[in-house]
Design a protein around this ligand. Structure first.
Ligand SMILES: Cc1ncc(COP(=O)(O)O)c(C=O)c1O
Length: 398
């Protein structure tokens, strides 16, 4: 069949094809260790699973749910934002639960983008911003992030990319931002967030802040909505996939001014219905988890990260030790070409998969990204495999 014009330039998601290739290699008996994707391998807290199963037993749990999500979940999200981000949200009007934050990116694009509207995208950045903006008909404009500027946007460059105002009162562009930043692990600072909101006010932007990593390897979770006046310009997306180990459950949220919630709901309520009630109630339970939950989780990730640093040393990659989130982002030595070349060498030589940084935009070409969602023993085994693979060992092993 002929696919729609809107699919032109949209390929299958990188991991969707790469995981198939890895599957094929496994069928040939290769037993690939994947250090690619950021899907937590640890389970959610047992109280969360218990809530799910108790609620699923109830006869009245199985019907369609409200498009705006269960009041119990919305209240829990409001409590979570207050406790950890010091942001007050009205649970009835300023919160919209999502079936994962990824779908929220698409809903937001479909709600606000007309053909040819400028969408400012981080390069490197999460590929879904680009494909969702393209599917919605936006004009894709990259802004560049670099290590020398702490992976923060250069506001001067950014100001040159915003088109002039055409319709009074309409946003001039949509700006996607994401801190802690994936894939670089860069944490936000208060002054950067303040600057971002002033910039959004001056240039009349709608800022979409994607915030799924604020609890991982970070003790000071921050929300862009904590900046005074941010609600006039910002929609924030958040997720339970990473910090609550619930990636497969598909629970996320969108928070912002009540007008934004209603605008996006106009689109989303035509696409799907509320989530399975037991999932929502169990998610509410997960949002009540105390500090120890996050501490214990981060202890595991810290240990894994130390091993990943060793693996990267072996590959002679350079990296910052202060990264937040579920990955380590590292620069490939010039002698190895780029991240794609190194990723292929390690995959086909040592049966270990690491993600080439170029899939996040060409500014990531000379980088690789390694996931921490893999038990420590597997990372150790990856190190051993890489040591044994002579193609890597000789040129890269110092
Ligand atoms: C930056 C970023 N945003 C959003 C998502 C999607 O998260 P969710 O599972 O909530 O859809 C991911 C998942 O990898 C991500 O890395």
């Amino acid at each position: 069949m002929q696919t729609s014009n809107r699919l032109e330039g949209i390929g299958e998601y990188y991991f969707s094809t790469k995981l198939r290739e890895i599957d094929d290699l496994n069928k040939q008996g290769k037993n690939i260790i994947s250090l690619g994707i950021g899907s937590p391998d640890l389970p959610p807290h047992h109280s969360v699973i218990e809530t799910l199963s108790l609620e699923a037993e109830k006869a009245n749990s199985h019907g369609y749910q409200s498009y705006k999500g269960s009041p119990v979940l919305r209240k829990a999200i409001a409590g979570w934002y207050q406790k950890w981000y010091n942001v007050s949200l009205n649970p009835d009007t300023e919160i919209l639960p999502l079936i994962g934050s990824k779908e929220g990116i698409m809903h937001i694009c479909m709600t606000y983008i007309n053909d040819g509207d400028t969408v400012l995208l981080p390069n490197p950045g999460y590929p879904t911003y680009r494909s969702a903006a393209r599917l919605a008909g936006g004009k894709l404009v990259d802004y560049h992030l670099e290590a020398g500027k702490n992976w923060f946007p250069d506001f001067e460059e950014l100001s040159g990319l915003v088109p002039p105002s055409t319709v009074t009162g309409r946003q001039r562009a949509i700006l996607f931002v994401n801190y802690p930043h994936m894939p670089t692990g860069q944490l936000p600072t208060k002054s950067f967030f303040d600057q971002l909101i002033s910039f959004a006010r001056e240039y009349e932007l709608l800022v979409i802040h994607d915030n799924p990593y604020s609890f991982i390897l970070n003790e000071n979770p921050m929300s862009l909505l904590s900046v005074p006046g941010a609600r006039d310009h910002v929609i924030e997306l958040n997720s339970m996939s990473k910090s609550q180990n619930m990636a497969g459950w598909r629970v996320g949220m969108m928070v912002g001014a009540k007008e934004r919630i209603n605008e996006v709901l106009r689109f989303k309520s035509n696409m799907d219905s509320g989530m399975f009630l037991p999932v929502q109630l169990a998610a509410a339970k997960a949002l009540e988890l105390p500090l120890e939950w996050y501490r214990e989780l981060n202890e595991v990730y810290k240990k894994r990260r130390t091993r990943v640093f060793e693996l990267l040393d072996l590959l002679r990659c350079e990296y910052s030790r202060d990264q937040a989130g579920l990955f380590v982002w590292a620069k490939v030595p010039a002698s190895e070409g780029n991240g794609y070349a190194l990723s292929d060498q390690v995959l086909y030589g040592a049966n270990v998969f690491i993600t080439p940084g170029g899939i996040f935009g060409d500014a990531g070409d000379s980088y690789v990204r390694i996931s921490l969602c893999c038990p420590e023993e597997k990372i150790t085994e990856s190190i051993e495999r890489i040591k044994q693979f002579s193609g890597i060992k000789k040129p890269l092993h110092v």
